[in-house]
Design a protein around this ligand. Structure first.
Ligand code: FAD
Ligand code: FES
Ligand code: FES
Length: 492
């Protein structure tokens, strides 16, 4: 057992053995280390002013991801490399990303600039080159700039992203991988005392035993929900157990009939696999938070938090997903829709945790669709989220699984609508009416700041209609912003 966390700050090893469990990385940087380059804007993961880069070894390679330091707990840095804007100025020279921002006049007041530079630094180190302006906009969806305007920033990024990454950090990548491998000793970590602690178990048995014995502790996955409980609700969270170092929970298992995500798999790490299941899932994954949120946030956290407006539960319920929960050494598996009992109440007993999510692959006769309805396209929480899985044989609907978020106190199936759809013919729109009417009986939505009850009811019906029009293959109706759904592409 280690009683300190250890991480790389640039190339130097840092050990911390005395910090409050909910100290954020931003607080550590600005108040302890006194590195003030990283800014605080919203303190809730929305604006990107606090973006830093976290380096990790994945499949033997050094990977940099952008992270919101304002909602990331310092204990979660164990085994990572932490880079901030201060690290980019090497041997008296600006980084190529910084130089491009200067040359394209990408900064005015400069408050957003360190965050934008760090987000672009991670893009500079990611994937294949050259990149398109649309990819740059997607990468920067979590970074707001209020005075420069995005055109010069995107122009700067476009210029610098055309060439493969060749900088101080790529030159030292082998050394960094070696240093990070040394830090990742898989030991259980416990920092604090009986009342206040940040624990980070190194394997599943230690995690499940620890949580069973300490059911009042709070499990922390990516902290993209929990971080805000600290910064916005000012809640005191004295005992945290972090899941991110448990290898068993970060695995993705693939077989011919299903995909199984460990409960600590992030949106970023599951993006390609989910895109392979369906192009609507590719589009949805791109619209969950922004890069910074997707680098940390997990499907496990999205389910476990029990929110009625989480994006993934309706979709996974429609697909027929099952979840496995574990209490000590005892596991059980249940259909995901049975997990959500009532608002704020889930089928999870004290000391029990979610370990995996098994998602069946849609079969040949099954048609999947999902739609996210928000006020803003990027980085917004759903007003309504819908998932459809429709079985069709010879043009007749033989079975339907339909689930909605934002329509009730929990993510919920539209049972009456599902029954009414059976027997409907895709080439006879009149036969759809019964099901469209039943949607009103399945749900009594609320009005809130995201949408009125009437809007929610209307949009839910329209989403079902849109699905049926697409399944019927009616090319006369444009159902997508981009024209039509193209299988193999990220639909929108
Ligand atoms: C800027 C921003 C944008 C966002 N955009 C979206 C969005 O577009 N769509 C959306 O759905 N959500 C969004 N969210 C919310 C959040 O990112 C998601 O709900 C995310 O999936 C939470 O996962 P996490 O790993 O960060 O969970 P955490 O914050 O670590 O945990 C959330 C809850 O789940 C519990 N928990 C976590 N893992 C387990 C487990 N294995 N077993 C039992 N309990 C567990 C925790 O104890 C806690 O109660 C956004 C958040 C932010 C800050
Ligand atoms: S301060 Fe706004 S995202 Fe962190
Ligand atoms: S330069 Fe002022 S907010 Fe972006």
């Amino acid at each position: 057992m280690r009683t300190h966390i250890q991480f790389l700050r640039g190339q130097n090893k840092v050990s911390l053995s005395d910090f409050h469990p909910t100290m954020t990385v931003l607080e550590y940087l600005r108040s302890i280390e006194r590195s003030k380059g990283t800014k605080e804007g919203c303190a809730e993961g929305d604006c990107g002013a606090c973006t830093i880069a976290i380096g990790r070894v994945k499949n033997g390679h050094l990977v940099y991801q952008p992270i919101n330091a304002c909602i990331h707990f310092v204990g979660m840095l164990d085994g990572c490399q932490l880079l901030t804007v201060e690290d980019l100025h090497v041997d008296g020279h600006f980084h190529a990303v910084q130089q491009a921002m200067i040359e394209h006049h990408g900064s005015q007041c400069g408050f957003c600039t360190p965050g934008i530079v760090m987000a672009l630094f991670t893009m500079f180190h990611a994937g294949s080159k050259p990149v398109t302006k649309s990819e740059i906009r997607d990468w920067l969806a979590g970074n707001l700039c209020r005075c420069t305007g995005y055109r010069p920033i995107v122009d700067a990024a476009f210029e610098v992203m055309q060439n493969p990454a060749n900088d101080h950090f790529s030159k030292h990548a082998t050394e960094t991988v070696h240093l990070l491998d040394e830090l990742n000793d898989r030991m259980d970590v416990f920092v604090g005392d009986d009342e206040h602690y940040f624990a980070s178990p190194g394997d599943l048995t230690c995690l499940t035993d620890m949580y069973k014995d300490n059911p009042d502790a709070l499990l922390v996955n990516g902290a993209t929900d929990i971080g805000l409980w600290v910064t916005k609700q000012l809640r005191s969270l004295p005992a945290l157990i972090h899941l991110g170092r448990v290898l068993e929970l970060t695995k993705i298992e693939l077989d011919t009939g299903s995909v199984t995500l460990g409960a600590a798999v992030t949106y970023a790490d599951s993006e390609k696999i989910m895109a392979g299941l369906d192009c609507d899932l590719a589009a949805l994954w791109k619209r969950i938070g922004a890069k910074q949120v997707r680098a940390c946030g997990t499907v496990g956290g999205n389910i476990a938090n029990g929110s009625p407006i989480g994006d993934t539960p309706p979709v996974l319920i429609a697909l027929g997903a099952e979840i496995t929960l574990r209490h000590g050494a005892t596991s059980r598996t249940i259909p995901l829709d049975e997990y959500f009992i009532a608002y704020g109440k889930q089928d999870r007993k004290p000391g029990e945790l979610l370990v995996s999510i098994k998602i069946p692959r849609p079969q040949e006769n099954q048609h999947f669709r999902c739609f996210k309805i928000t006020k803003r396209f990027d980085q917004d929480i759903s007003a309504v989220m819908a998932g459809f899985l429709i079985d069709v044989s010879d043009g007749v609907i033989t079975k339907a699984r339909i689930a909605f978020g934002g329509m009730a106190a929990t993510p919920t199936r539209a049972h009456q609508t599902e029954i009414a759809l059976v027997g409907a013919r895709l080439d006879a729109p009149d036969s759809w009416n019964a099901a469209l009417e039943k949607l009103e009986q399945d749900f009594t939505p609320l009005s809130d700041m995201r949408a009125s009850a009437e809007y929610r009811s209307e949009i839910a019906k329209n989403l079902l209609l849109k699905t049926l029009i697409e399944l019927a293959g009616n090319d006369q109706v444009q159902t997508r912003l981009t024209g039509k759904r193209v299988v193999g592409h990220a639909a929108s």
